[in-house]
Ligand binder design. Structure first.
Ligand code: SF4
Length: 244
């Protein structure tokens, strides 16, 4: 292992930590950090409990092949879906858990956090270090880098451009169609969860309504009809009304 704590300027020792979401960017960052011998004390993976099974296999493999320690897991009963302005899951399960985890360490060390944001992604925060930006690695480079090293997430990135929690309400309709088609058991789970919560899955459609829409789309495709346009939406509204 490379040195993980480096004392500089007679001040606090530096402690290097990498944040791993398990996706292509943070995986490429971690692989290259280790390959190039960057200082690294530990890796933080925050388990939302809502990752694709393939993602858990992937992280398990990284854990085996690179020494990735376990991370704290937080269960938050009583919460509902995330909304664009209400990503409780991101802040509570990820950022807050990481900050809590690091706050004790910050008393003794200057913690340097490596964040896997690619060179072509916009959002950055001053206090972190972005190795992918320093290497000029784009999202595409990151995926290629991982594939070259034999990490393919069981094909997840061939189905989705971005891989995050499978039940994320912020994903697009196309991703939700793919989820329903490729992961019917997870889709069933989503339908079950919806019946237990107070908040609509999306502003425009509940999961149940999406189920009606996707079934209707399949029917129309079989009949050689369009799945957009006025007629499609008029009939879809009728279907949803009949059902509800
Ligand atoms: S992917 Fe969606 S559900 Fe998962 S943490 Fe992010 S906002 Fe929340």
């Amino acid at each position: 292992m490379p040195p993980c704590r480096v004392r500089e300027d007679g001040g606090k020792e530096k402690l290097y930590a990498a944040s791993l979401s398990g996706g292509k960017d943070s995986t490429a960052m971690l692989l290259r950090l280790v390959e190039e011998g960057w200082p690294l004390a530990f890796v933080m993976f925050c388990d939302t409990g809502l990752e694709f099974p393939q993602m858990y296999e992937h992280v398990g493999r990284l854990e085996k092949e690179l020494p990735v320690p376990d991370s704290p897991y937080a269960d938050k009963p009583g919460m509902s879906w995330a909304g664009p302005k209400n990503r409780w899951c991101t802040s509570m399960l990820k950022t807050a858990v990481i900050n809590k985890y690091l706050s004790g360490l910050r008393k003794r060390y200057e913690v340097v956090q490596y964040i896997g944001i690619a060179a072509d992604e916009p959002q950055r925060v001053k206090e972190y270090r972005y190795p992918l930006v320093e290497w000029g690695m784009t999202e595409k480079d990151c995926l290629a880098y991982c594939y070259e090293r034999g990490y393919d997430w069981g094909g997840l990135y061939r189905l989705f451009d971005r891989v995050s929690c499978w039940c994320c309400p912020l994903q697009g309709l196309e991703e939700l169609r793919t989820l329903r088609r490729e992961f019917p058991e997870l889709w069933e789970q989503l339908l079950e969860w919806e019946a237990q919560t107070w908040r609509n899955f999306r502003k425009d459609f509940s999961v149940e309504e999406l189920e009606i829409r996707f079934r209707f789309e399949e029917e129309r495709v079989r009949e050689g009809k369009r799945i957009r346009g006025k007629e499609f939406f008029r009939e879809l509204r009728e279907r949803i009304r009949e059902h509800g």
